[in-house]
Design a protein around this ligand. Structure first.
Ligand SMILES: Cc1ncc(COP(=O)(O)O)c(C=O)c1O
Length: 460
């Protein structure tokens, strides 16, 4: 349907307000197939001119259809029909036989960073400065010294971890990111057949990384306070957890549990792997002490730039007890591997210029506002939102697998890609619902999506 062919006539003598008539006419056109998913609507101004009504009339009608989820505005590119009312097109042949994809599906899966928020000039500057240094003639297995310095400073400033205090500086290694570091730990430190407990639901790439090295993965339950320490089975060699912001459920491990975990780890000889994937993103209270600060002798701490900058930088870090760090370095030497220097140099430059600090402040401000917007909108519609005031996603629980599947399909049809909780299980799924990542989209997309989310998630 072209914009000019929009099928609308209004009755000025009717009691029904013109905006209501207009919304009804557009709904009816969508229901009988004259308007289809993906059709572009005229601007409120153009339509008002064409119909000879004031712009408030067209704006009110669009607002209503928007709130109902039939149309979506795309910043700078107009308003589109996103879906058609139920029962529409009954018995009518459609233009194409395959189902039409929804307009521009927006990805609300958790985990992607706010790449749009990066200051492009700062980013370019950092890459240019990074390229100025001469290529090294030999790989630095542990990472560039200046990168390890920057990481130590970052950990001190943003995570309260004094690497140079209790730990030797050599224990800070560059990595290619958290998952890459897990793959290394699994083959350099753990042995095939070792058993590692992983949070359930939890980060399935951690499970994949461990299993790829023939490590046996068992599940450890979580609740709103993170990993249940007494739920870790006996006889494990290691425990993987995300205490700052349990992935995907979003809880923070309480201080009591942190102490209980490291005490049990010491008693039973566990290696604790602390995945601090988005630890910099906390908006309410000060962070609790890292597990690595409580027990540097048994904890390997993993950090990444994937959430604060981009996973394409391939730059992360590991803070490990010295013997573990030595094993990782020996493994790198044996296998001729080391994390790429390019991403490390870029982070060094961003830190040196102060651009990293500025970006982090901006990122925290933006994400905390987005979180408040999502949480308050859903809460005011009676939707219970789980997860701490942190990170870049929230969780809403659903009753069972079928409900979760249906919701994901319905959301996709309305142009929103959400993430189901079922896939975050290594064993049989027990917790169902959706994780809604609000970091990667634009603010406009988020605002547009909120009424649709409310409609999809509101308890009936
Ligand atoms: C729980 C968790 N850990 C770690 C990562 C990041 O890993 P990487 O540094 O390998 O990109 C993610 C990203 O999605 C994550 O969700």
């Amino acid at each position: 349907m072209t914009e000019t062919a929009l099928p609308v006539t209004l009755d000025r003598s009717a009691a029904e307000p013109l905006a209501v008539q207009l919304a009804e006419a557009l709904r009816a056109a969508a229901a009988d197939g004259r308007l289809r998913s993906g059709d572009r609507l005229p601007s409120t101004r153009a339509l008002a001119e064409r119909l000879g009504v004031s712009r408030t009339v067209t704006a009110a009608a669009y607002e209503q259809l928007h709130a109902e989820g039939w149309i979506a505005g795309r910043h700078g590119s107009g308003t589109y029909v996103t879906t058609t009312p139920p029962g529409s097109l009954k018995g009518r042949p459609r233009r194409v036989s395959a189902p039409e994809p929804a307009v521009d599906v927006i990805d609300f899966a958790p985990g992607a960073p706010w790449a749009e928020g990066l200051d492009r000039a700062a980013w370019r500057r950092a890459w240019r400065a990074a390229a100025d240094s001469l290529p090294l003639f030999r790989p630095q297995r542990g990472g560039l010294p200046e990168y390890r310095e920057v990481v130590a400073e970052h950990l001190l400033r943003h995570r309260g971890l004094a690497v140079r205090g209790g730990l030797r500086e050599e224990s800070v290694l560059a990595t290619g990111g958290t998952t890459a570091a897990l793959v290394e730990l699994a083959s350099a430190v753990l042995r095939p057949g070792d058993v590692v407990a992983v949070e359930e639901p939890g980060y399935q790439r951690a499970v994949g990384a461990l299993r790829s090295a023939r490590i046996k993965v068992v599940q450890a339950p979580v609740d709103s306070e993170g990993l249940l320490v007494e739920g870790v089975p006996e006889g494990v060699r290691g425990v993987y957890c995300s205490p700052a912001h349990q992935y995907p459920m979003g809880g923070r491990m309480s201080a009591g549990r942190r102490v209980a975990l490291v005490e049990r780890a010491r008693r039973e000889g566990w290696l604790v792997i602390e995945d601090d994937y988005d630890g910099e993103l906390r908006y309410d209270v000060a962070p609790l002490p890292l597990l690595a600060a409580l027990a540097p002798d048994v904890v390997v701490h993993l950090g990444t730039t994937s959430k604060i900058l981009t996973p394409t930088l391939g730059a992360g870090w590991m803070v490990a007890p010295e013997p573990i760090a030595a094993e990782v370095l020996a493994h790198r030497d044996r296998t001729g591997t080391s994390p790429s220097a390019a991403g490390q140099r870029v982070l060094v430059e961003l830190a040196r210029t102060g651009d990293l600090g500025r970006h982090l402040r901006k990122l925290r401000r933006e994400l905390s506002e987005r979180r408040a917007l999502v949480a308050s909108t859903l809460a005011s519609a009676g939707v219970e939102v789980l997860g701490d005031d942190a990170g870049a996603h929230v969780v809403v629980l659903l009753g069972d697998a079928a409900e979760e599947r249906e919701l994901l399909v319905a959301a996709e049809a309305r142009g929103l890609r959400l993430d189901g909780l079922a896939r975050h299980h290594a064993g049989r799924p027990k917790v169902f619902g959706v994780a809604i990542g609000y970091g990667a989209c634009s603010r406009e997309q988020l605002v547009d999506a909120l009424p649709v989310l409310v409609e999809l998630l509101r308890p009936s």
